[in-house]
Design a protein around this ligand. Structure first.
Ligand SMILES: Cc1cc2nc3c(=O)[nH]c(=O)nc-3n(C[C@H](O)[C@H](O)[C@H](O)COP(=O)(O)O)c2cc1C
Length: 331
């Protein structure tokens, strides 16, 4: 069965990719991921704050976040809280490149279109085959409108696009007022791919200690539908290739993501839970499912459930919403 797909311009044997996270921290694990058939590997992120902290001073970090009182600096983790410092990251990337043959995607994570973005070139020089730019930011400033927030991200993407030759993917959150419009404006800045969606930190409150909780919960399949919706809306309507991230755990999750329009399917929680060999299991199950359903190839089902020919996705959404509400019956 032909599972091949094209993502970020790479011809991949299948769409299954370990997403950004701790999996690629360890060279042995990187080898195991390749042995299990990973189509590409995404490294964890190097953060804007880490780069600023190392290069300048805490003051620069607070400036980047527009906090002239200097309080923001006290929130940031110390340099030794990060698994890899900026130099170590470049070295580790170099080592991974010497270890595996699959495309290696480095990741930068930040919010301002500043000098730290020169790391994009350093990552390219260190051998990254592509770069994922994660723009994790929460718009909390009541004086800043949506357009300003979006323009800043687009400016970042243009800045990086202008300095590297390798493919650039942008990892986004779903929290934009008009996501379809933003994705189209972003697409004009020519990223090679969009990765949907970032998973935000979900705060909880320890009511006894009066502290904010910071627990990391792995995802489950219930997080996938949000991704399916936007993959289906963007599929066929943007030039960038599309990756799903968030809530992909089973072969049916993979199939749904591909039907909605994903060219690649990233997984972190599932691989942390089941181990790297789970990639091979999913790949086998994918072949089996496609054969049983008489598809000639993965491409035959790619985007088959997208909303490209839907004349009014907004009306379609509301119709499904109303039907869903009306469908409830007392047990
Ligand atoms: C332990 C852990 C570390 C992560 N680190 C990063 C990171 O450095 N950069 C990034 O863009 N995403 C990071 N993520 C988010 C994942 O790449 C992914 O988008 C998210 O977990 C949703 O996918 P999943 O449902 O397959 O886990 C991390 C996730 C986990 C669980």
């Amino acid at each position: 069965m032909d599972l091949s797909t094209t993502y970020l311009g790479f011809q991949l044997p299948h769409p299954l990719i370990p997403g950004a996270g701790p999996l690629a921290d360890d060279l042995d694990m990187v080898r195991r991921l390749e042995d299990a058939g990973a189509a590409a590997i995404v490294m964890r992120s190097l953060f804007e704050e880490q780069i600023l902290l190392e290069e300048t001073t805490t003051f620069a970090v607070t400036e980047a976040h527009g906090n002239s009182q200097g309080e923001a600096g006290s929130y940031f983790p110390p340099a030794d809280a990060f698994a890899l410092g900026p130099d170590e990251y470049l070295e580790h990337l170099h080592r991974i490149k010497r270890t595996v043959r699959v495309p290696v995607i480095a990741s930068l994570n930040g919010v301002t279109p500043g000098g730290w973005l020169r790391y994009a070139s350093l990552l390219e020089e260190a051998g990254a085959d592509a770069l994922e730019l994660n723009v994790y930011a929460l718009a909390t400033d009541p004086n800043e409108d949506a357009r300003t927030v979006e323009d800043r991200t687009i400016e970042m993407v243009r800045a990086v696009r202008g300095t590297i030759r390798i493919p650039l993917a942008v990892k986004l959150s779903p929290f934009y007022t008009s996501f379809a419009n933003f994705a189209h404006r972003l697409d004009e800045a020519s990223p090679s791919g969009l990765v949907l969606f970032n998973r935000f930190w979900q705060p909880g409150i320890d009511v006894e200690e009066l502290e904010v909780r910071r627990e990391l919960h792995l995802s489950d399949s219930s997080e996938l539908p949000l991704r399916l919706r936007w993959l289906a809306i963007l599929s066929g309507n943007v030039r960038a290739s599309l990756a799903a991230t968030g809530g992909v755990h089973t072969v049916l999750d993979v199939i749904q993501a591909v039907m909605a329009g994903a060219h690649a399917v990233q997984m972190v929680s599932a691989l942390l839970h089941h181990g790297p060999d789970y990639l091979a299991v999913l790949r086998r199950e994918l072949v089996q499912w496609l054969e049983e359903h008489e598809y000639g190839s993965l491409r035959d089902m790619q985007g088959s459930m997208n909303l490209r020919s839907c004349p009014d996705p907004q009306a379609y959404e509301r119709a499904n919403y109303m039907l869903m509400l009306q469908s409830w019956r007392a047990p």
